[in-house]
Unconditional design. Structure first.
Length: 255
């Protein structure tokens, strides 16, 4: 069995002391590949560093909506250089976060649009972060308006209607630890509806730790708990979930 954790932040200080051990546990749990996601210029560069250090780690580069205010022309040019690195498999995470609003909304939208254009220019998929901004996210994705735009709705926790809209755009939905939470009844319903061929699994570690480890630091080994939950919801085996979600991730990220 092989699993792909399609969204991690292993460059974060949470893993500074024991990253090697964390990676060993991931391997033991069957995690074959890991995609480490950039969220600002620093973490984008650090993600690429990790991908150079470890054969099975890939990287994405992008500016998170929280940091959208930092995306000036210089940063955009730097990103345009970084996307050319060999193991960069996507632009992300990019998108809109109207919950925290660490950057003003109009600036978030502008940064989102510019990075969608960057992804299209180099034919890379996008990793989308969308929180309390469903309508604007959809609108901007549609306006980007190219059938070449491919991507992932990361940590999907939206409504069934939103799921259907994202599927119609050709996007994959990535599910994480949240689907294991007791109160996630509606989200499990969404999982039931989405075809397995369009599902990816992720941890978003160190965040969103699945049950029964909730409250502790998350790590890639726990992506297996997400896969198990999907198997349970869909009434299929863990091996099937592992095989198909890995195939999906391989196709989208081209790894
Ligand atoms: Zn993330």
């Amino acid at each position: 069995m092989r699993l792909i954790d399609t969204h991690t932040h292993l460059d974060f200080p949470h893993f500074k002391k024991d990253r090697a051990e964390v990676l060993r546990r991931a391997e033991k749990a069957g995690v074959q590949y890991i995609v480490n996601v950039g969220s600002n210029l620093r973490s984008s560069i650090d993600s690429i560093e990790l991908s150079k250090q470890y054969q099975h780690i890939y990287a994405t580069v992008g500016i998170h909506p929280h940091d959208a205010k930092d995306l000036d022309q210089g940063v955009l040019e730097k990103l345009a250089e970084l996307v050319k690195e060999k193991k960069v498999v996507a632009v992300g995470e990019i998108g809109l976060d109207y919950h925290y609003e660490h950057s003003p909304r109009d600036i978030q939208r502008e940064a989102f649009r510019k990075q969608l254009q960057l992804a299209l220019a180099v034919d890379l998929p996008v990793v989308i972060h969308s929180r309390e901004a469903e309508q604007d996210t959809l609108r901007i994705l549609r306006e980007a308006g190219s059938s070449n735009l491919r991507g992932i709705m990361h940590c999907f926790s939206g409504s069934l209607a939103m799921a259907k809209n994202c599927l119609a755009l050709g996007f994959f939905l990535a599910f994480g630890g949240v689907i294991t939470f007791n109160n996630a009844v509606e989200l499990r319903n969404v999982v039931k509806t989405v075809p397995l061929e369009r599902i990816l699994i992720e941890t978003d570690c160190p965040y969103l730790t699945p049950h029964p480890h909730r409250g502790k630091r998350n790590e890639p080994a726990y992506v297996k708990l997400v896969a198990e939950q999907i198997a349970l919801i869909k009434g299929i085996t863990l091996e099937e979930v592992a095989a198909i979600t890995s195939e999906n991730a391989g196709k989208l990220y081209r790894i």
